[in-house]
Write a protein that binds this ligand. Structure first.
Ligand code: ZN
Length: 349
């Protein structure tokens, strides 16, 4: 069956319902904004309009920033304007070259129409599953797989990392980012979940040579972004790395996605902080000094096998195994006065 881009047709039918939508406005060529028909938008403020139609992957998508409803725009039309939806289906079928009897929908036996899988966001909680219209798991995208393979990231993680060619479309995920420029560099998207499994942020690693290597989105200002926090066993040793991708090489590991380790204060007892191995980087040295002072255990790299290898990924690429790296970290983990002493020997400036 012919399956070309039907964007123009979707837009035509959206335009047909515009006059029936409260506060409807086209914003630019491809974004339509109006009061949400699913939630009524706001009972207090009749000027709130938080429903948006926008284009992703050659198709119109609907998303409400109030109730979180997200679905295809065609399904939106079906829900609220069933007669117009029937018209749409007729025209759509005609475009696909399917013959229809006049004024009558063909029975389902005559053709197979597979609508875009619906993305229903029941509880206003974003999960990776209902974001499938924005991103794909890296396991399913050849260029993403290739990037991860080059970095020798264990394949078990590919399905939990996401990929998009159009990060700009992610701006629709949150009111906070709706006017933000996120660009269109292809990126591996690393999702952050809270302990109760809510998606609280994203970090996108460019896989081209974009000068903006990382792009971070944080959906809740009061919840710190800690990668893999929802999966670790807090009763065991937790390895804490700077970069999320580095943490994927270690067991029971999290990442602070940066170098601010103060946000894992309540995990202090079982945590070993693993900074990049950069004994000449004064910024990092300052931070190591300060976390030692606040009572954390830190890996003070001291093993000939990792000399001049600046992070865990580089150690892997140089032939060390995860097991070897874990045993080096365990041997180099110190707290308190011994950490201070080891640190004095370590730093090269
Ligand atoms: Zn709504």
């Amino acid at each position: 069956m012919y399956n070309g881009c039907m964007l123009w047709l979707e837009k035509k039918y959206l335009s047909m319902v515009v006059s029936s939508l409260d506060m409807a406005k086209w914003k630019g060529d491809t974004t339509l904004n109006h009061r949400c028909l699913y939630c009524g938008d706001s009972s207090k403020n009749e000027f709130k309009a938080r429903g948006y139609h926008f284009v992703i992957d050659q198709s119109y998508i609907y998303k409400c920033h109030n109730c979180g409803k997200s679905t295809s725009s065609i399904h939106f039309i079906k829900d609220h304007f069933p007669m117009i939806h029937k018209e749409y289906m007729r025209e759509w079928l005609k475009e696909q070259g399917v013959k229809t009897r006049p004024q009558k929908m063909p029975s389902s036996n005559e053709f197979k129409f597979t609508p875009k899988k619906d993305i229903i966001n029941k509880s206003n909680i974003m999960t990776v599953d209902n974001l499938k219209f924005l991103m794909k798991p890296c396991s399913e995208v050849p260029e993403a797989r290739e990037y991860l393979q080059k970095r020798e990231i264990p394949e078990v993680h590919y399905k939990d990392l996401w990929f998009t060619k159009t990060p700009q479309s992610l701006s629709m995920l949150s009111e906070k980012y709706k006017d933000r420029v996120l660009g269109n560099d292809p990126r591996i998207i690393i999702p952050f979940f809270s302990e109760d499994n809510q998606l609280i942020g994203l970090s996108g690693r460019a896989i081209n040579d974009s000068p903006l290597r990382y792009m971070t989105m944080k959906f809740h200002d009061d919840v710190p972004l800690i990668f893999n926090l929802h999966k670790v066993d807090k009763s065991k040793t937790i390895y804490v790395t700077e970069g999320p991708l580095d943490s994927l090489f270690l067991p029971n590991a999290i990442s602070v996605a940066g170098s601010d380790f103060s946000k894992i204060g309540d995990l202090k007892e079982n945590a070993i902080l693993v900074y990049d191995n950069e004994p000449r980087n004064t910024e990092i040295l300052k931070k190591i000094d300060s976390v030692i002072a606040s009572g954390f255990r830190v890996c003070v790299w001291n093993d000939r096998r990792v000399n001049d290898l600046k992070d865990i990924n580089e150690m892997i690429l140089n032939g060390l195994t995860s097991e070897e790296i874990v045993s080096i970290i365990d041997d180099c983990a110190f707290g308190g006065l011994s950490a201070k002493a080891k640190f004095m020997e370590y730093k090269k400036v």
